[in-house]
Design a protein around this ligand. Structure first.
Ligand SMILES: NC(=O)c1ccc[n+]([C@@H]2O[C@H](COP(=O)([O-])OP(=O)(O)OC[C@H]3O[C@@H](n4cnc5c(N)ncnc54)[C@H](O)[C@@H]3O)[C@@H](O)[C@H]2O)c1
Ligand SMILES: N[C@H](CO)Cc1c[nH]c[nH+]1
Ligand SMILES: [Zn+2]
Length: 872
């Protein structure tokens, strides 16, 4: 427990001309420093050099980038002192331990404190305070049960420092004003006095019970101290205590078993000291054992033995062989690690783990690394904010193949778990049957209709209520707080913490769409095919019908003025979706095209999407995803322009947000359709090539764990079914997204039917997003299609041509909505207006019917609008 922290100037600490030297600072174990952009490099260097010595508290309130603050924390800074704006930004960062954050606030603005930090473990730092009374008043007002309170004074004095220490606040004082040798520096403040300012002995003789430990925290013995011995210890950098019989006691003075001082600490209630020391000679105890409780045990003992063997190992001893033969040592580490992996019982695990540790420590000692170094590394790793996924790598990753879903992200795992609970048949939830990636098989001839309709259900989605509960506040926040809220969510969900504007406006700089020529060519080809197919959907002239002589009705279309196009970017970046949504908007003549897509963690948008946006003439790209992007386009913000219709697929958060904003009449926005997790249904007969069929199923299975793929096998024999299953297993295992595929396959099925008619009844009932016909006379089978988003006909039409380049649209209804919705097409971007145009003769012809119906409805003004004209 510290009561004061020396503060250093990062650019000068090593050359301090007065005050504490770096070594003396290390006895206190904590250092504070102000970091500015200009001293950022020094801060990292300082951390690197001093990690072994002290905890470092950095005042970063003047830094511009949140990323720099996170990097400092990641590099081992113990705490950061931040501004309230920075604190708000840091709240978006996952895994951040707020015990490591302190809000820096000037004394006058203390009223803001409670609001900003309530409900958090964030500490408070009053800087440049004039006198201790301000702190006292604040503590009285808000109570003393807050986490740490830090104070620095505009003009620090011994009196001020002792006063805040008495208030249990921690003072931050320039190291140049402190000394461990008051005799030599009478004008400076004594470290020993500050250290013991709040200490109170619980002994009648006034001495402090003092625990002495090594750097690993192993107790060496118990002694006593007083103010003088502490001051002497700090001055000499040695273990100096107060013997109850002999007074001041310089440990090892006569025996030579001296101690180097590492750190002095007080316990939680400040009545006991702890000295961390490096013991020299035979040991701490007068009996010449390392500790007063006997010899070292366990890892410490092993380390001592190995260190002494390294210095003088008996010729021919095994340890000496290990030190001299690094390859043997490496082989032993691997052998023992393998045995540990295979150990099952508790005693086997303990036995094998001990072997691993023995060889690992031998390697450390050989390399001059101590257990203390290893433990410091462990502590440092626990500081990491940006955690690695922790997946196995290289050959170890392949070993994980049999442990399905092991590398799945938590969210995918959750979906997988839910998905696993849906279908009833006997199957492995991870998409495996007998260790193979394989869909479950059902047959209409033997399985009941109930079973079949059950297994054809889409994977369960998280409850709409739960999703709505998450999405509603996001929409409300964006509606009321605009850009700030959009940015907050982008920092949170996309981790794009450096992003400062939520929108990228056209013209887009060429530097943001630099692409290899082959990608440009592919985009250009796809663009042109999509453009052609959608341009052909244009209604060239208005529809005109003369319903009665002189009564002419017509219908014409006009583009929707502003459209917002959502391009998903969660599990995969989909520039093709930017084309599928943007090209028809351009062809329809929409005046304002706004694209939205989640940015990458560095705040940028994938250049393919920027290029697509440029090609379709988009006015801007909203750098946000999920519900926040939808809300921003529906209501508009300071920098994002409001649109009239939102189109595009997305996950459940996106779909829920689209539904919510379209139901809000004040938003005045419509949407295209519910387009969720991708799906495909393949109808295959014995003419189909098993490898083609498997590849089509997998192409949609790889979209996400919540995708579903269905094979309707038309009268296939066991051998033919197996050929497809073999292909699916082999091809799936070769895919980079095999983990996702496993998830999707776990709720995917093969349904064996007797003929093509039955196949199409099943397919129409399922209403797939994509329907692939790999059957004889496929073109004629199209006549039997009643419900589907898009159909792919014959062996040479993989679904992926529709996803990218054929010209058809890939933004299609899923979840069975193909029964009532069309996929995105030119009509999605226009509205139809009708008009009526009558001559006098026409009114004479139709007028009587109008007047009679108005009379029936008792709407006299309606009737008169006709009678006045006709003079009746
Ligand atoms: N039907 C179609 O035409 C079609 C076309 C392309 C893609 N898709 C589907 O679109 C979907 C795209 O989903 P995606 O996740 O990859 O990308 P996405 O862009 O739809 O979703 C990512 C966003 O979800 C939000 N989000 C994530 N977790 C959240 C949480 N816990 N709380 C609140 N918001 C959260 C974040 O804002 C993030 O930006 C896939 O299912 C894919 O199959 C469908
Ligand atoms: N198959 C998806 C629609 O369900 C679209 C897509 C984009 N990229 C690849 N595929
Ligand atoms: Zn696809």
């Amino acid at each position: 427990m510290v009561s004061f922290i020396p503060s250093i100037d990062l650019t000068k600490y090593a050359t301090t001309i007065q005050g504490l030297t770096p070594k003396e600072l290390s006895y206190i174990g904590v250092v504070h420093a102000q970091v500015e952009t200009a001293t950022l490099d020094s801060a990292f260097a300082y951390l690197y050099e001093t990690l072994k010595l002290y905890q470092t508290y950095f005042d970063v309130s003047k830094l511009d980038l949140i990323d720099d603050i996170v990097s400092l924390l990641d590099s081992g800074a113990s705490k950061v002192f931040v501004s309230s704006l920075q604190l708000e930004r840091l709240k978006a960062i996952e895994n951040l331990d707020f015990d490591r954050v302190v809000l820096a606030i000037s004394g006058e603005r203390r009223d803001e404190i409670i609001d900003t930090i309530s409900g958090t473990s964030v500490g408070v730092y009053f800087h440049a305070v004039k006198d201790a009374e301000i702190v006292e008043a604040w503590l009285k007002e808000y109570g003393t049960d807050r986490p740490d309170v830090y104070v620095s004074f505009a003009q620090p004095s011994s009196e001020h420092l002792l006063k805040v220490t008495a208030l249990s606040a921690i003072s931050i004082t320039p190291a140049t004003l402190l000394t461990v040798d008051t005799e030599a520096n009478p004008t400076l403040i004594s470290v020993a006095t500050l250290l013991l300012a709040n200490a109170k002995s619980d002994r009648p003789d006034g001495l402090f019970t003092t625990l002495v430990t090594d750097e690993r925290g192993i107790a060496l013995g118990l002694v006593y101290s007083n103010a003088k011995s502490v001051a002497e210890s700090l001055r000499t950098g040695r273990g100096v205590y107060c013997s109850r019989k002999r007074g001041l006691w310089y440990k090892g003075e006569s025996s030579g078993d001296i101690q180097e001082l590492v750190r002095v600490e007080l316990d939680c209630d400040q009545d006991c000291l702890c000295y961390v020391v490096r013991q020299k000679g035979r040991g701490f105890c007068h009996l010449a054992t390392p500790t007063c409780f006997g010899a070292y045990r366990g890892l410490s003992k092993l380390q001592r033995t190995l260190q002494s063997r390294k210095e003088s190992a008996p010729e021919g001893s095994y340890t000496s062989r290990l030190f001299n033969d690094p390859e043997l040592l490496n082989a032993k580490i691997m052998e023992e690690a393998n045995e540990l992996c295979e150990a099952k019982t508790t005693s086997e695990v303990a036995f094998e783990a001990a072997d691993v540790m023995y060889f690992a420590l031998t390697k450390c000692v050989a390399a001059g690394v101590s257990l203390e170094d290893v433990e410091r590394n462990l502590d440092l790793k626990s500081f990491k904010v940006k955690r690695r996924k922790g997946d196995a790598k290289g050959p170890w990753a392949q070993k994980l193949d049999s442990q399905n879903g092991a590398s799945q992200e938590p969210e995918e795992k959750e979906i997988l778990k839910e998905a696993a609970s849906v279908p009833k048949g006997v199957h492995d939830p991870a998409g495996l049957q007998n260790g193979r990636i394989q869909m479950r098989r059902f047959t209409t001839a033997t399985d009941s209709l109930e079973t079949i309709s059950d297994v054809l259900k889409r994977p369960s989605q998280r409850s709409t209520e739960k999703i709505m509960g998450i999405v509603k506040p996001i929409i409300e926040n964006v509606r009321t707080r605009g850009d700030v809220a959009v940015l907050d969510y982008t920092h949170k969900f996309e981790k794009a913490t450096s992003l400062t504007s939520p929108v990228l406006k056209a013209p887009f700089p060429a530097s943001l769409m630099r692409l290899p020529p082959e990608t440009i060519e592919a985009i250009d080809i796809s663009f042109e095919n999509i453009r052609r197919f959608h341009a052909a959907q244009k209604e060239e002239k208005p529809l005109i019908v003369e319903t009665m002589p002189g009564v002419v009705c017509s219908r014409f279309s006009r583009p929707i003025e502003g459209v917002g196009l959502y391009v998903p970017g969660g599990t995969a970046v989909l520039p093709s979706t930017a084309l599928m949504l943007g090209v028809p908007a351009m062809v329809a003549g929409c005046k304002r095209i706004v694209l939205a897509s989640p940015p990458r963690s560095d705040g940028s948008i994938t250049p393919e999407i920027v290029y697509a946006a440029h090609k379709v003439g988009a006015e801007s790209i909203v750098l946000a995803g999920g519900a926040q992007a939808v809300a921003a386009m529906a209501y508009g913000t300071e920098s994002i322009s409001k649109v009239d219709k939102i189109l595009g697929p997305g996950n459940q958060f996106v779909t829920a947000a689209k539904m919510l904003v379209s139901n809000d009449t004040s938003a005045g926005v419509s949407i295209d359709m519910p387009a969720g997790p991708s799906e495909v249904l393949v109808v295959a007969d014995s003419t189909a090539d098993p490898s083609f069929v498997a590849s089509d199923l997998l192409s949609q299975a790889e979209h996400g764990v919540d995708s579903q793929v269905i094979l309707i096998a038309v009268n296939l024999a066991e051998k033919e079914l197996q050929a497809i299953e073999d292909e699916l297993h082999t091809q799936a295992n070769a895919l980079p997204r095999v983990d996702i595929v496993r998830g999707a396959i776990s709720h995917s099925v093969t349904l064996v039917v007797k003929d093509i008619r039955e196949a199409m009844v099943m397919s129409n009932q399922y209403a797939p997003e994509h329907l692939i016909l790999q059957v004889k006379d496929a073109e004629q089978v199209v006549d039997l299609v009643e419900n589907a988003g898009s159909v792919f006909v014959g062996p040479w039409t993989p679904e992926s041509v529709g996803d990218y380049s054929a010209g058809v649209n890939h933004s299609l209804p899923t979840y069975g909505y193909a029964k009532q919705y069309s996929g995105v097409n030119l009509g999605s971007y226009v509205k139809h207006i009708t008009s009526a145009n009558l001559t006098k003769e026409g009114l004479q012809n139709v007028g009587p019917a109008v007047m009679q119906l108005a009379k029936v409805e008792e709407l006299e003004a309606h009737r008169r609008a006709v009678s006045i004209r006709l003079g009746l």
